[in-house]
Structures are given as structure tokens and as C-alpha cells.
Design a protein around this ligand. Structure first.
Ligand SMILES: O=C(O)C1=C[C@@H](OP(=O)(O)O)[C@@H](O)[C@H](O)C1
Ligand SMILES: C=C(OP(=O)(O)O)C(=O)O
Length: 430
């Protein structure tokens, strides 16, 4: 457990950062590469711990994967090339890895066991185990399939119609992976539109999927062909610098190569609504995932309401958006965000607890939080609680703290952004 002093009292942030590869897209590039025929080359791959867990799991399923810095080569032998693993598959801290892999394994005629860390052991799995069982997979898990360890024996699946009880791209993607191996058609209805990287990647690897708003249809017995994928920068990682640039005085920073898929850009909409000076330049809309650069400057901010269909478009950014709201005049309300309770930590509790330590006025509600601004943040000892997004949010908060800030459990940040502190150091002027 690392405890580190954070940089405080920063006078300005200046310069530019190349944002590392998107976590969601990096995971999926390995998964599709592994189930395709032939070679897939992935560039700008995110070498965060979560995506490395995905690689480790597929190696145990017999897939040859070579990693050279941010370049990954996967030698796929199709879905039938996956082999029964002789060891348990350890997903580490990664919810995306376990839920999407369960979808793939549901259609494979062999037995696997999946485990993860303490945080994974508390995250709900019924949301995927129940519909996958309905499709025909045999799944057992602790407390009736609710939690890890989970064992699965896949086999011949049947397509079905399924209304998602929660807006979750992980559940949708698990069902797409199962559906593309099933007999017949699988139709999924989403309560709100969630990130569509799986749908985009199916087409990129030569498969077929039909999307009509929040209704997604996939036919079974599909096969895929290896391809080259260049992963855009992760807007969820850029979010920490977007907020830092807006709240630290005298700042102007450019975030380069940021993925701008509209299912992920909720933070930009909210920042504009709050009065932030953010500008997109060099936008390439026709790439398989849209990408561009973002300039952010110190901004005068006002409170807002964040709710409804916007929530899935910024779910992972809510901790750092809560910090942003502490620097806005007036009240900010975040509602319909109960999914925050089942992330790496209960992010309603951890955000409220840690920001309160630093002097913010913030309350937890049943489905979100209320933040009263503008407050001066002071200092203190804070804790990531093993949650990478909480750790990075606190490092950004420290930039505007007047007193010493110490971060406990800082190592969690490597889950999604191993170069976070070096990037922050590069733009920080004290
Ligand atoms: O599909 C994905 O890659 C993800 C979906 C989201 O989770 P849910 O599907 O649980 O909302 C998000 O929070 C997670 O970081 C990544
Ligand atoms: C929730 C997250 O990831 P996962 O669900 O993959 O653990 C996240 O990265 O904020």
C-alpha cells in the first residue's frame, strides 16, 4: 500500500498530453483478435493493469499474444481455437474483463473458472450470469451465481430477446459475444444508450450487427477476420486533465488524440453547460472511432443537474465531475447514478468521504450526490480505497489545495493510467 505526497498549490498547468489508449477499446481489441481468424495488430494499446489481465486470460485460453510496448499482436484461430484453460482465469480488478469474457465463454464447449481481486468479489455478476444461463450456458458462482469465483461450462446457445434491466455496456457486450455464437437472432433492448465499442468492433472484424437506436440485433454462428486496430486516447483518462485545466488558475492545456465517440462525450456536454472553456480541434469523424484534440482553459463555472440518459455517457467521469462541481458557483445535482455504487468502490460513498476530507461541501443521496460550490479545498490525508478513478480525482483536487495532501493506496492508478503522474508532472508549473 503506497502512500504518496501530492502536488498542491499549483500556479498553472501548461502544455499538451498524448492521452493513452482507451481501456474499453483495448479490452475489446484483444477479445475480437482472439476469436478471429488470422493476425490482429493493435497499436496505442493501453498497457494498464486491467487490459493486461485480459491478455493474461486469453493466453490461458491458448491464444498467442505478443506485447511490445503499446503494440500488441494477436494470432487468432477463430472461436474454435480457444482451449479449455488448465488454470483459473484471474481478471484482477477488471469488471469489463470478467463480464465480457463470460459472454465469450458461454458459447465455448469447455469449463473455466474466473476469479478477481477483493473489489471484483463484491461486484454483481447476476446481471450477466442470469441472461447467459437463459441462453443455455451452465454457470455457478458464490451466492447463487451473484459473485466470484464463477465457473462456467459453455455450449450451444439459443438467441433470445432481452431487455437490459440496467444501462450497462458490459452486459450488452456480454450478450453480443454470446449472441454471435448462438443459434438464431439475439435482440437486446437498452434502457439508455451505452458505449457502442463492441458494435463498432464487430463490423471492423468483418461481422454483422444491426443497431436501431437502443435496439441491437445480432445473428448467431458468425466468424471474424483479424485486422489492424489503432486505439484512440481514452476520454475517461482525459477527463482528469479536462477538470484540472478548468479549475487550476492560469491554465491552458491541449489533450491530444482523444476518442470522441458520442456515447462517451457526456463530460464535454456537462463542462460546456457549466461554462467551461473547452474546444475540440482536428476532429476526425470518419475514423472507426471518432477522435480529436481538446483544448481546455481555466474557467468560471456554474452548477448544473446531471441525470437521465446522460449518466451512461459519463459514468466513469462522475467522481472527477463531482470535484469540478466543488469549484462551480451554486448547486450541482447528480441523480439516476446508482450504478456508481457497484464500481471498483461504492463511488458515491468514496467521493463524498474523500472530498469532504479536503473541505468540500458534498452530500450523498440514494442515486447520486449534491455538491455545493464554490468551496476552497484545504488538505489532509485521503485514500483511493483501491479505486483508480478516486485516486486520480484526488490527485487533481490536490492541485488546488492550500495545504499538504497525502494519497494512500496510490498504486490503484496503474489499473487504467500507469503514466498518470508523469503526465501530470509534465504540465504542472508550481
Ligand atoms: O463496457 C465497458 O468497457 C465499460 C462499461 C461501463 O461499465 P457498465 O457496463 O457496468 O456500466 C464502465 O463503467 C466501465 O469502466 C467500462
Ligand atoms: C468501472 C470501471 O471499470 P471496470 O468495470 O472494467 O472495472 C472503470 O474503469 O471506472
Amino acid at each position: 500500500m503506497n502512500s504518496v505526497p501530492l502536488t498542491t498549490c499549483v500556479n498553472q498547468l501548461r502544455g499538451s498530453i498524448d492521452i493513452p489508449g482507451d481501456k474499453s477499446i483495448s479490452h475489446r481489441s484483444i477479445m475480437f483478435g482472439a476469436i478471429s481468424d488470422g493476425k490482429t495488430v493493435v497499436t496505442n494499446f493501453l498497457t494498464g493493469e486491467d487490459c493486461l489481465s485480459t491478455i493474461a486470460c486469453f493466453r490461458k485460453l491458448g491464444v498467442h499474444i505478443e506485447v511490445d510496448d503499446q503494440k500488441v499482436e494477436i494470432t487468432g484461430k477463430g472461436l474454435n481455437g480457444l482451449r479449455e484453460p488448465t488454470e483459473v482465469l484471474d481478471v484482477g480488478n477488471s469488471g469489463t474483463t470478467i463480464r465480457l469474457m463470460l459472454g465469450i465463454l458461454a458459447g465455448r464447449p469447455f469449463y473455466s473458472t474466473l476469479i478477481g481481486d477483493d473489489s471484483i468479489g463484491k461486484r454483481p455478476m447476476t446481471r450477466v450470469t442470469k441472461p447467459l444461463t437463459q441462453m443455455g450456458a451452465k454457470i455457478e458462482g458464490r451466492e447463487d451465481g451473484k459473485y466470484t469465483p464463477i465457473s462456467i461450462r459453455g455450449g450451444q446457445l439459443k438467441g433470445f430477446n432481452y431487455e437490459l434491466p440496467v444501462a450497462s455496456a458490459q452486459v450488452k457486450s456480454a450478450l453480443l459475444f454470446a449472441g454471435l455464437q448462438a443459434e438464431g437472432i439475439t435482440t437486446i433492448y437498452e434502457p439508455s444508450k451505452t458505449r457502442d465499442h463492441t458494435e463498432r468492433m464487430i463490423e471492423q472484424f468483418g461481422g454483422e450487427v444491426e443497431v436501431d437506436g437502443q435496439v441491437i440485433k445480432i445473428k448467431g454462428n458468425q466468424s471474424f477476420k483479424g485486422t489492424n486496430i489503432h486505439v484512440p486516447g481514452d476520454i475517461s483518462s482525459a477527463a482528469f486533465f479536462l477538470v484540472a485545466g478548468a479549475i487550476v488558475e492560469n491554465s491552458e492545456i491541449t489533450l491530444k488524440n482523444v476518442g470522441l465517440n458520442p456515447t462517451r462525450t457526456g463530460i464535454l456536454d456537462v463542462m460546456k453547460e457549466m461554462g467551461a472553456e473547452v474546444q475540440m480541434i482536428n476532429v476526425q469523424k470518419d475514423a472507426f472511432e471518432p477522435v480529436g484534440d481538446i483544448i481546455v482553459k481555466t474557467s468560471k463555472l456554474k452548477g448544473t443537474v446531471i441525470e437521465g440518459d446522460l449518466i451512461p455517457r459519463l459514468i466513469d467521469e462522475l467522481p472527477v465531475i463531482a470535484l469540478l462541481a466543488t469549484q462551480a458557483e451554486g448547486k450541482t445535482i447528480i441523480r439516476n447514478a446508482e450504478e456508481l455504487k457497484v464500481k471498483e468502490t461504492n463511488r458515491i460513498d468514496t467521493v463524498v468521504r474523500e472530498l469532504t476530507t479536503l473541505g468540500a461541501k458534498i452530500e450523498a443521496t440514494d442515486d447520486g450526490m449534491i455538491i455545493y460550490g464554490k468551496t476552497n479545498l484545504v488538505g489532509g490525508t485521503v485514500n483511493s480505497h483501491g479505486d483508480h478513478r478516486i485516486g486520480m480525482m484526488l490527485a487533481v483536487a490536490a492541485l488546488i489545495c492550500k495545504e499538504k495532501v497525502t494519497l494512500e493506496n496510490s498504486e490503484a492508478i496503474a489499473v487504467s493510467y500507469p503514466s498518470f503522474f508523469s503526465h501530470l508532472g509534465k504540465i504542472t508549473k508550481t
